[in-house]
Design a protein around this ligand. Structure first.
Ligand SMILES: C[S@@+](CC[C@H](N)C(=O)[O-])C[C@H]1O[C@@H](n2cnc3c(N)ncnc32)[C@H](O)[C@@H]1O
Length: 278
């Protein structure tokens, strides 16, 4: 049962802001995958196979004189994850319309109520990129649209798309935990139009979608964009996130090559989300 796959770092930060924001952005670049802001600072998780002893060497803010940052870290056993999660997870509400919560939280008074048991998967709404993608889904028409959620994590975005009337929906993730967790969450939220698939963009053969959502990272998006575009219907919409403001020019240029036009940009704590139309 001691199958360790994550390492948790517990950072104490003083004063908290903007240091926590900057720290999270830098850790994200270094390969850390999920973050929970705490009263003292932030807890950050990285997959053990992405970790090395020098993982914090390039985190500039740790050398800053303006902030005091200390940390400890430990292996997170797979079996401890739920406990960690329950300890740290507070429900989130996006634009007063959509809440993302765990099954043990009280039912909120929002139009959309998503219940997520995230275990190892990214996608609780706490991350800026998930938050902005939720905003895009809330603010766009999904009624009867066919949707691809690429890099689905917990399945949170696919689930909201179904709640907004989309169908059919494919939710794809190459990580086995995310695949299994999305299946669970799809069932938990009584979704009927979502097919969860384990794999990557190579699954996109003979597929066609009105909307493609991909919250992954700069390099994967640049690499797989042509495969997404090949299955985007005419008058389609592409929503991208998982990268920083500085990455916009390169992603926009690549999308423009495929005749996609950038029509909206969202930004939160250095992270961005882009909406393209073809
Ligand atoms: C930033 S998380 C986003 C999760 C969720 N969609 C959200 O918005 O919170 C990125 C997800 O993409 C998955 N992923 C990364 N590279 C991938 C690839 N090449 N193909 C499919 N999934 C990938 C990861 O396993 C992870 O679950």
């Amino acid at each position: 049962m001691s199958n360790t796959i994550y390492i948790g770092y517990y950072f104490k930060v003083q004063p908290l802001q903007p240091a926590v924001e900057i720290l999270i952005a830098e850790l994200g670049y270094a390969g850390f995958e999920s973050f929970v802001e705490t009263e003292e600072g932030v807890t950050a998780y990285i997959q053990k196979e992405e970790w090395s002893e020098t993982i914090l060497d390039d985190i500039q803010i740790l050398n800053s004189d303006e902030f005091e940052i200390s940390f400890s870290f430990e292996d997170i056993e797979q079996t401890n994850w739920n406990e960690e999660w329950e300890k740290n997870f507070t429900p989130i509400v996006v634009d007063e319309k959509c809440s993302v919560r765990a099954p043990f939280h009280d039912k909120p008074n929002t139009e959309y109520d998503i219940i997520i048991e995230p275990k190892m998967s990214f996608g609780t709404g706490h991350h800026e990129t998930t938050h902005m993608m939720i905003q895009y889904i809330l603010n766009n028409d999904f009624k009867d649209k066919s949707v691809l959620d690429m890099g689905c994590g917990t399945g949170v975005l696919a689930i909201l798309a179904e709640m907004k009337g989309a169908k059919p929906i494919d939710a794809i993730d190459y990580d086995n935990w995310c695949y299994l967790n999305s299946l669970e969450n799809v069932e938990r939220n009584n979704c009927e139009h979502i097919t969860v698939l384990e794999g990557d963009a190579s699954l996109l053969v003979d597929k066609h979608y009105d909307v493609i959502i991909a919250n992954i990272n700069r390099n994967i998006l640049l690499n797989d964009l042509d495969k997404y575009v090949a299955c985007l219907n005419k008058n389609g919409m592409l929503l991208l996130s998982g990268f920083y403001k500085d990455d916009i020019p390169v992603l926009e240029a690549e999308c423009n090559k495929h005749m996609l036009k950038l029509v909206e940009t969202l930004e939160k704590n250095h992270w961005v989300a882009l909406k393209f139309l073809n």
